[in-house]
Ligand binder design. Structure first.
Ligand SMILES: *[C@@H]1O[C@H](CO)[C@@H](O)[C@H](O)[C@H]1NC(C)=O
Ligand SMILES: *[C@@H]1O[C@H](CO)[C@@H](O)[C@H](O)[C@H]1NC(C)=O
Ligand SMILES: *[C@@H]1O[C@H](CO)[C@@H](O)[C@H](O)[C@H]1NC(C)=O
Length: 452
């Protein structure tokens, strides 16, 4: 008994040491695993081009001649400078950003005559808001911090821009743009690995980028994930969205609006508009929207959307395309660390006493969270991911007094994040446990709600 035990221990130690040295060799001189970044909603820059099919009269009335002369590609999102200089462009850009649903194709697409593409896919140069005040929420400070510990753009640091207007659809539903993104991301991860002595990559995401990355991982074969993904660091993403996303109609904060996405026809047209609504799996029966006549829980969202003026078709698309993806949120089965802020007042219930959803809520009841994701959504990571037997390494770090954007830009949070990347680069535990058959090791590392 004791002998068998000792033998097993020796075997484990040997395997461990082998993996360590093989890993160190593979990573080459820098000793760092390559990092691929996925930024949050609205961070990826989009270029547009107008084709002959473009008819301002129908496609974008407010463009009335404005984009004439825009023959080639131009920066559609986010050309902050141009929009600041000429605010009359804002409604036009809003219309060019709009998506339409094509019932024949069963998919979303741009308005006719508008072609779009993400900028500088594969690099981190395609991220960033034109607005300097927003840059750090789009990973600018993170990129600099990673460069500070030895990461280099194009060598071991890569970026996966994506068109944030589109979103994952349930299996069997068409989602051409999102599927293309998944294929490009797969190739990027493989190339990043090959360029770094076949070392598997570390995915680092913020907000909506994490939701997309999790779909990406879950739709990749398990053997591929284990070969190519060393660690998944998901920042500012809960397991079930947030109540604040139920505010569709709040009046624009500035008038005239300076943000093309604040136009209801634009923001509400995106395939992703429903992707981070509160998940019934996380929020259950709790009343999230309170009116005199009726309360709405996460289960009542279809009815609530209808009451907010979404068409039957749009509501059906929430139910058939988006909700199955939300409900499918679960373990990526690669070593994972979730980093989230807490201690920031976060909308937990919206009171529209007279049911006038077009107005500001009469009252917003706040609870804990990061200002965007509710604490329930953050804690659900422990059960939906951490408790899954497939998930052999899971760590959840909650950072006090830190907001959704702060988790990726406050100095303290950034240090924590960079440390996590370096630790993942060094760690052999996650990798070893993930590749060893479960019946032998019996080891499972989970660290839940570690508050720092
Ligand atoms: C933004 O628009 C202005 C004016 O149309 C143009 O000169 C500039 O090059 C654009 N910026 C980018 C990054 O394309
Ligand atoms: C709605 O929820 C509130 C708060 O939980 C509760 O006090 C109220 O009785 C509910 N109203 C209805 C109509 O169910
Ligand atoms: C929370 O953060 C703010 C700004 O980042 C700071 O001014 C404040 O002192 C912090 N509060 C606590 C309790 O740490």
């Amino acid at each position: 008994m004791g002998g068998a035990h000792a033998q097993l221990l020796l075997l484990v130690l040997f395997a461990w040491a082998w993996l360590f040295f093989a890993g160190a060799l593979a990573r080459g001189a820098s000793g760092l695993h390559p990092v691929v970044l996925l930024p949050g909603f609205g961070c990826s820059q989009l270029d547009a081009r107008l084709t002959d099919e473009f008819e301002p009269a129908t496609a974008a009335p407010s463009c009335g001649g404005v984009p004439k002369g825009k023959k080639g590609w131009f920066r559609l999102w986010n050309n902050h400078t141009a929009l600041q200089e000429d605010p009359t462009l804002v409604p036009c850009y809003a219309e060019l950003l709009r998506l339409v649903y094509d019932p024949v194709a069963g998919d979303y697409r741009n308005v006719p005559g508008v072609e779009t593409r993400v900028v500088a896919f594969g690099t981190t140069r395609g991220f960033g808001y034109g607005d300097p005040a927003m840059k750090n929420f789009c990973m600018e400070k993170l990129v600099r911090a990673l460069e500070g510990v030895g990461y280099r753009e194009g060598e071991n640091l890569f970026g996966a821009s994506y068109d944030f207007r589109y979103a994952a659809a349930a299996p069997g539903k068409e989602s051409r743009v999102f599927s293309c993104f998944l294929s490009s991301l797969r190739v990027l991860v493989e190339q990043a690995s090959e360029r770094n002595g076949d070392a598997p990559v570390i995915l680092v995401t913020h907000s909506f980028g994490g939701i997309n990355a999790n779909v990406f991982l879950r739709r990749s074969p398990l053997a591929w994930r284990r070969r190519y993904v060393k660690h998944f660091v998901m920042v500012s993403a809960g397991a079930g969205g947030g109540v604040s996303r139920l505010q569709f109609c709040g009046p624009s904060s500035s008038s005239p609006p300076t943000d093309p996405l604040s136009f209801a026809d634009t923001g509400r047209s995106f395939a992703g508009v429903f992707s981070t609504l509160p998940s019934p799996k996380v929020f259950g029966d709790a009343p999230l929207v309170i009116t005199r006549a009726k309360n709405y829980s996460a289960y009542d969202i279809p009815e609530y959307l209808k009451a907010n003026g979404f068409s039957d078709g749009e509501v059906a698309r929430y139910v058939t395309r988006v909700l199955p993806v939300t409900l499918d949120f679960s373990a990526p089965a690669v070593p994972m660390t979730c980093i989230n802020g807490i201690g920031v007042p976060t909308a937990e219930k919206l009171v529209y006493w007279d049911g006038d959803f077009g107005a500001k809520p009469d009252e917003v009841l706040y609870g804990d969270g990061d200002g965007a994701s509710n604490i329930a959504s953050l804690l659900a990571l422990d059960t939906l991911i951490g408790a899954d037997p497939e998930q052999v390494y899971f760590r959840s770090v909650l950072i006090h007094n830190t907001s959704h954007g702060g988790a990726i830009s406050d100095d303290f949070a950034l240090d924590r994040l960079v440390n996590e990347v370096l630790e993942a680069s060094r760690a052999i535990l996650g990798q070893f446990v993930a590749t060893a058959p479960r019946s032998i090791h019996g080891l499972k590392f989970t660290e839940q709600n570690k508050v720092v």
